[in-house]
Design a protein around this ligand. Structure first.
Ligand SMILES: [Zn+2]
Length: 423
């Protein structure tokens, strides 16, 4: 809970870190035998706002643990459990139960072709399990439930996603302003109506946009940052298109992005190619090489990133893709072809493989970064077509950190580049 965000947080870590305040508000020790819980310094009293003991502490019992308060002979742990139950209000119990609804509705939500995290969001939102201010207030009664964006009413789920100024503004700019017609008592009523009124692919966009609105709301509430409706809309649209496998490309090129060339080839007009590679530097660490080339075959940027760690090939190659995109982003490129000689990584990205391993988390970070570009194509090239990136991945002298060359080719690389890239 006391962790810092750090200077270059991963998408996943940032997500966890940004939700910390919710945890802090909701978290409470489970008493158990109470031997590890400090009476004065830990949060362990359910049903109170601070969850801590607020009465003045005694001089001799600063280190007192909760188990010292429990008379296990007569009351035992049971007395705490029953006290806990008594303190929980009805609201909590209501929310723990699944709301009654037509099975058809859940079937529909579950069958939507949307990102898994959008589906999980939809499911949780319908159960009032996303941390709206009203939701928090039902657990901690002293917590103010008034929407802190518009101040007009309590922030319920449907308020945050539909009624609030922030949400309305976005819906009005979208092609779905019709969703604001009529009035609905709950999110489920509203989405049920949407399912009846709209085509399935439209419902998918509506649910995805609701999710993007929730993210925008979090940004506004937690970070005080207001996003433009247009950027929320384009983000939601990209998520939908990404899922449908639409590659938004400017200029020509094969739509499936399968260049799979043996030798290096310049990108199609309007695109930039970003070749990446990873390599081991003896026993000292790993290196990543990145080279950005424009559609005239000219190198616009080279980078060598060196780490004191050693990873297995798949992880190192995935990290190379991640760093290649970071460099491309810093270079201001918007339509890129990322080329790697690791088929496993390219295939995992093309097939949107999901999972929880270290490898998958890097893939998640890559996909999150991809949203910053207007188009990204994953491309495989054989080693022979990736020589410049390979050289950069083994760049000497060894120096942990990132080195970037813009509009100049690093001296040791120019010979390789002259042979393999310049056209
Ligand atoms: Zn509001």
């Amino acid at each position: 809970m006391d962790s810092q965000l750090g200077t270059s947080p991963s998408y996943t870590w940032r997500g966890i870190w940004e939700s910390k305040w919710v945890l802090r508000r909701g978290i409470c020790w489970r008493v158990g035998n109470g031997a590890n819980i400090g009476v004065w310094d830990d949060s362990w009293i359910p049903g109170t706002q601070s969850r801590r003991l607020l009465s003045p502490r005694g001089i001799n019992d600063a280190q007192m643990k909760v188990n010292e308060l429990i008379n296990s002979e007569t009351y035992g742990v049971y007395s705490f459990r029953s006290a806990y139950r008594a303190l929980i209000n009805d609201e909590w119990l209501k929310e723990e139960e699944a709301p009654s609804m037509v099975n058809n509705f859940w079937g529909k939500i579950l069958s939507l072709h949307v990102l898994p995290r959008v589906k999980i969001f939809a499911w949780r939102a319908c159960q009032n399990a996303i941390p709206t201010l009203r939701g928090i207030n039902s657990r901690i009664q002293t917590f103010d439930a008034t929407c802190c964006i518009c101040g007009r009413e309590n922030e319920t789920t449907i308020h945050a996603l539909r009624e609030c100024n922030l949400a309305r503004e976005i819906w009005l700019c979208s092609t779905f302003s019709k969703v604001l017609e009529g009035s609905f008592a709950s999110l489920i009523d509203w989405w049920e109506w949407c399912i009846k009124e709209f085509e399935e692919h439209e419902v998918e966009e509506i649910i995805t946009l609701s999710w993007a609105i929730w993210n925008a709301r979090n940004k506004a509430v937690l970070l005080g940052e207001k996003l433009e409706p247009s950027s929320v809309l384009s983000y939601a649209r990209k998520v939908c298109e990404e899922l449908r496998g639409v590659e938004m490309k400017k200029g020509g090129g094969r739509a499936d992005g399968r260049t799979d060339a043996a030798g290096w080839k310049p990108p199609d007009t309007g695109l930039a190619k970003v070749n990446v590679d990873a390599g081991l530097l003896g026993e000292v660490g790993s290196g990543i090489g990145v080279v950005c080339i424009d559609d005239r075959g000219e190198i616009t940027c080279c980078a060598a990133v060196q780490f004191a760690e050693i990873w297995d090939t798949k992880i190192a190659e995935a990290k190379a893709v991640f760093w290649g995109m970071k460099v491309a982003l810093e270079t201001g490129l918007s339509d890129i072809v990322i080329e790697s000689d690791c088929l496993q990584v390219v295939d995992a990205l093309r097939n949107k493989i999901q999972g929880t391993s270290h490898f998958h988390l890097i893939l998640d970070d890559i996909v999150a970064l991809a949203f910053n570009f207007s188009s990204v194509v994953w491309s495989f090239v054989k080693h022979g077509g990736n020589k410049v990136a390979h050289e950069l991945a083994h760049y000497q002298p060894w120096d942990v950190g990132k080195r970037v060359w813009r509009n100049v080719i690093p001296p040791r690389i120019s010979a390789v580049a002259a042979n393999d890239i310049l056209v």
